[in-house]
Design a protein around this ligand. Structure first.
Ligand code: HEC
Ligand code: HEC
Ligand code: HEC
Ligand code: HEC
Ligand code: HEC
Ligand code: HEC
Ligand code: HEC
Length: 382
């Protein structure tokens, strides 16, 4: 009788053989630990003297910080970026070329590079400024980009180099716009965008992190949507949204939803250009603005990454609105809809402002009269 391997074993064998065959190719890669053998030494540096000035360059990589980077967490090692190091030769003074090729972010981020090439930040090259990816992101310690709030996004990004208050004089309420609209929403109008809803604690005036919300609800992350989405259509509708509010209130949490207009994490956001930004008020301030079609509830995680849950746009028009109804007739309809969500703070500023103006009406009338009279007097005396 002929003996054959049972079917599964032969497949197993084939897999093992295939792995053996491909292993040297896939893992010829040098382990990070070898590089850290030298580069985790905090005193490793080199100095260059050109006779006039003396420069010292650190060659130390912080292993702890690197281990939290988005690259490390996605399995990218030293030689995936420093791809021209193929082997280490310990007999030499330095085990690799002293001068290595510049790391090419494009080899893994083609779409971002394409968008960036078509941006004012690339086009300024040749005018004495060269900006590359690292100018904004750094390189060894890149962390997840998506931040909880527009403020954080702006501070981590554009505000490092630009002060938007020095321009935009045509834009009323700069404070509000810069706080609630991410720069690239206007500056890259083709970027997909959505309304982000996060939980804002009325008592402490702080945003809740996703982890805090889950803890309050006593559930794990993967239980969040199944618990909320009762009709299982993948979207949190108005009823389901109000349920969530109720659940939180039962846990004694007095949260409202903080809304912001942000762009999606998408390569196109790198395509910032001169003179192409959005300034048409009605693009946002009209009740049928497409800018408010995509609404997502956001849960932030401890590692800085973020989970999104789709919410029915109708939520913007219903829930919690009662809170802010008072302003309804005096404001553009949509401002309201976002306004109600936007921060109790912003709201009370408006109210405060109104109150001050009303309270000072008699005073201002008096001033106007006085100035009219004094200008008349001036005319008379001429
Ligand atoms: C035996 C010690 C040692 C090991 C191991 C080592 N390096 Fe280096 N590395 C150095 C020294 C020393 C320099 C400075 C070279 C000089 O300019 O004299 C350097 C410089 C560099 C530079 C700067 C090169 C440039 O163009 O300016 C990079 C990048 C680098 N190493 C990456 C790595 C990576 C990645 C690994 C692991 C694959 C590694 N090194 C392993 C000692 C080491
Ligand atoms: C995401 C890509 C990336 C990874 C991963 C990476 N590097 Fe780098 N590294 C760079 C860039 C970019 C530079 C700046 C110089 C250049 O453009 O080549 C650099 C520069 C360096 C330098 C020169 C000193 C400095 O800080 O500018 C050393 C040394 C170095 N890397 C070592 C390492 C070691 C060791 C690892 C693994 C622990 C590593 N790199 C992982 C992108 C990377
Ligand atoms: C002018 C500053 C700037 C430069 C230069 C820049 N980025 Fe970004 N990048 C950002 C900002 C800001 C974000 C986060 C966007 C947000 O908050 O919506 C981002 C997000 C990203 C993301 C995550 C979003 C996505 O596309 O998936 C990647 C990846 C990225 N950048 C890679 C690159 C690469 C590669 C380069 C170089 C070709 C580069 N960036 C150059 C500012 C910059
Ligand atoms: C060898 C491939 C590779 C190289 C080279 C590389 N990256 Fe990445 N990068 C990745 C992977 C994988 C991720 C994680 C998945 C993702 O977000 O696309 C990532 C993610 C990112 C992110 C997004 C963080 C987020 O929000 O999730 C930024 C920003 C980024 N890289 C910047 C850079 C910069 C700047 C360089 C050049 C210094 C670079 N990368 C070089 C592979 C690479
Ligand atoms: C690392 C610094 C840096 C960062 C970060 C940065 N920029 Fe710039 N930006 C520049 C420089 C430099 C110029 C060119 C200025 C010039 O030509 O006068 C520029 C030009 C611009 C221009 C054109 C200005 C004009 O005169 O019309 C706009 C718009 C712009 N940036 C928007 C942004 C936005 C939006 C972000 C965030 C996504 C951002 N920038 C992040 C450095 C930066
Ligand atoms: C409501 C839309 C909107 C928002 C939000 C916005 N901008 Fe602008 N921005 C514009 C328009 C429109 C211009 C006019 C010129 C143009 O299209 O570049 C402009 C001009 C600029 C310029 C060129 C200024 C100059 O000197 O001419 C810079 C730099 C800039 N914005 C940066 C930013 C930054 C950084 C942010 C975020 C904090 C931001 N913008 C938010 C619409 C906006
Ligand atoms: C990219 C979308 C966008 C554009 C373009 C835009 N806005 Fe806004 N605007 C907002 C958001 C979001 C808020 C904050 C919502 C709120 O406070 O109700 C806001 C707030 C305001 C406020 C303050 C309302 C309040 O609650 O105090 C005024 C006034 C305003 N915008 C007027 C304008 C005018 C005038 C223009 C055109 C020159 C304009 N906006 C362009 C999105 C936009």
């Amino acid at each position: 009788m002929q003996k054959t391997f049972p079917f599964p074993i032969s497949i197993g064998l084939a897999i093992v053989l295939a792995c053996l065959a491909s292993a040297p190719v896939a893992r010829a890669a040098i382990e990070n630990s070898e590089c850290f053998g030298c580069h985790s030494d905090a005193s490793l540096s080199r100095s260059e003297t050109d006779g006039v000035s003396h420069m010292s360059e650190q060659l130390f990589i912080d292993e702890e910080k690197f281990s939290h980077s988005v690259h490390h967490n996605n399995g990218i090692g030293c030689v995936d970026c420093h791809a021209d190091i193929k082997t280490l030769n310990y007999k030499a003074e330095v085990p690799h070329e002293k001068k290595l090729e510049p790391v090419n972010c494009t080899m893994c981020h083609a779409e971002e590079s394409a968008a960036f090439k078509n941006s004012v930040h690339m086009k300024i090259r040749g005018k004495g400024i060269t900006m590359n990816c690292s100018a904004c992101h750094g390189y060894h310690y890149v962390t997840p980009q998506e931040s909880q709030t527009v403020m954080e996004r702006v501070n981590n990004g554009c505000a490092k180099c630009h002060n938007p208050y020095q321009s935009h004089d045509w834009l009323p309420q700069k404070n509000e716009h810069f706080a609630f609209v991410e720069c690239v929403v206007c500056h890259v109008p083709e970027a997909p965008r959505h309304i982000h809803l996060t939980f804002f604690d009325l008592v402490t005036n702080k945003l809740y992190s996703g982890q805090e919300i889950l803890k309050i609800l006593g559930i794990a992350e993967n239980e969040f949507m199944p618990m909320l989405d009762i009709n299982k259509d993948g979207i949190i509708n108005v009823d389901e949204f109000e349920n969530l509010e109720l659940m939180l209130r039962q846990k004694n949490v007095h949260a409202i939803f903080h809304a912001e207009l942000v762009s999606e994490m998408h390569p196109i956001i790198h395509q910032v250009n001169r003179g192409t930004a959005l300034r048409d008020c009605t693009a946002c301030h009209s009740s049928d603005s497409p800018y408010f079609n995509a609404v997502t509830l956001v849960l932030t995680k401890d590692d800085g990454s973020v989970d999104h849950f789709q919410v029915d746009r109708a939520v913007l028009e219903s829930f919690s609105l009662r809170h802010f109804y008072a302003l309804g007739s005096t404001r553009i309809k949509l401002l309201d809809k976002i306004g109600f969500l936007l921060l109790a703070g912003g709201f009370s500023v408006v109210l405060g402002h109104l109150a001050v103006r009303i309270a000072t009406i008699p005073l201002r009338r008096k001033k106007e009269n006085e100035s009219k009279q004094s200008s008349k007097q001036e005319e008379v005396s001429k």
